[in-house]
Design a protein around this ligand. Structure first.
Ligand code: SF4
Length: 316
């Protein structure tokens, strides 16, 4: 990876003392572990929109689809102020070319999912999206987004990290120009990765690449990017991974001895039964890729999608 991956993040997760009470919500995993690979672009909607620290807390009220942002005790409506600021901030963020955004959960400004929205009777319903998070996801519908708490789930964590690393590789690939060759190369390297999320997308993307010569190249790139990010949002399952592992195994039909084939099949079966994590069959396949110097597989991102140090494939 040539450069760090640029990620937007709610400022309080970095330890900045911007919360209503002057505190922060430092997330050590994000800062210390992911931070080795990421460049953070902090955003605190409330402070950047001009609210002081400390301040009265805010909350969402009314229709969960179009909630108002009001102060919790004095009931002052700050919706227009926050929306005006958010519209300007997302336009500024266009220049940052973000590969993702990590939002602080439960916040009426930054929360992405199930934020409390209070009814007229003062009852909270966990149905809302923070005002800035909603503006961001509408403005950048394809950019990967997640909340800090959900990154504690190994599956969700791997999915998000795979998305941001892939988007970074895509951005680096197209930085060299939008040529058909770029599309062919990128797709060839990512074919199994996409397949592990969505066989239907892998087929559609393969067809798009094959037909790219007959259509305007900018449109082909835009469509490919949409399909790529859409595919990676679909959760990969054990069954989809087994399909990919068996596909890869097929490349060694002639080289592997009967016993080696049997061992590989047993390891894949142990993974299918969830006795061992994905890293086990992936490591064995990587061993054969190296041993037999298989050129097509050597370039497959699926076999090395993110740094091993992140231990993302180590959960069964
Ligand atoms: S949750 Fe959002 S608005 Fe609240 S302190 Fe953190 S960054 Fe600022």
């Amino acid at each position: 990876m040539a450069s760090r991956i640029k990620i937007g993040i709610s400022s309080c997760l970095l330890g900045q003392p911007v919360r209503w009470n002057g505190g922060h919500k430092l997330d050590r995993f994000i800062v210390e572990t992911l931070g080795q690979y990421l460049e953070f672009v902090p955003v605190c909607p409330e402070v950047e929109a001009g609210f002081p620290v400390p301040r009265e807390t805010l909350r969402l009220v009314g229709d969960p689809e179009r909630p108002r942002l009001v102060t919790s005790r004095t009931n002052v409506d700050h919706t227009e102020r926050m929306m005006r600021w958010a519209d300007g901030r997302v336009r500024e963020l266009e220049r940052e070319d973000l590969c993702g955004f990590i939002f602080k959960s439960d916040s009426p400004s930054s929360g992405l999912l199930r934020v409390k929205v209070y009814t007229a009777k003062g009852m909270p319903e966990k149905k809302g999206v923070g005002i800035f998070a909603r503006t961001f996801t509408r403005h950048f519908p394809l950019v990967p987004v997640e909340e800090e708490g959900r990154l504690n789930d190994p599956g969700l964590r791997e999915a998000f990290i795979e998305q941001i690393f892939t988007l970074q590789r895509w951005r680096e690939a197209i930085a060299g120009g939008r040529h058909r060759r770029t599309l062919v190369d990128f797709h060839s390297r990512h074919k199994f990765l996409v397949l592990s999320h969505s066989p239907a997308h892998a087929r559609a993307m393969g067809k798009l690449v094959a037909d790219a010569a007959g259509r305007p190249i900018a449109a082909a790139f835009a469509e490919y990017e949409r399909l790529l990010l859409e595919a990676l949002r679909l959760r990969s399952t054990v069954a989809k991974h087994v399909n990919v592992l068996e596909h890869i195994m097929g490349y060694f039909k002639r080289q592997l001895s009967g016993d080696e084939k049997q061992e590989l099949l047993e390891v894949i079966e142990s993974y299918r039964r969830e006795y061992v994590p994905l890293i086990v069959p992936a490591t064995l396949l990587n061993h054969y890729v190296r041993k037999y110097d298989e050129p097509y597989l050597k370039q497959q991102v699926y076999l090395n999608p993110h740094p091993l140090a992140l231990k993302l494939r180590n959960h069964a």
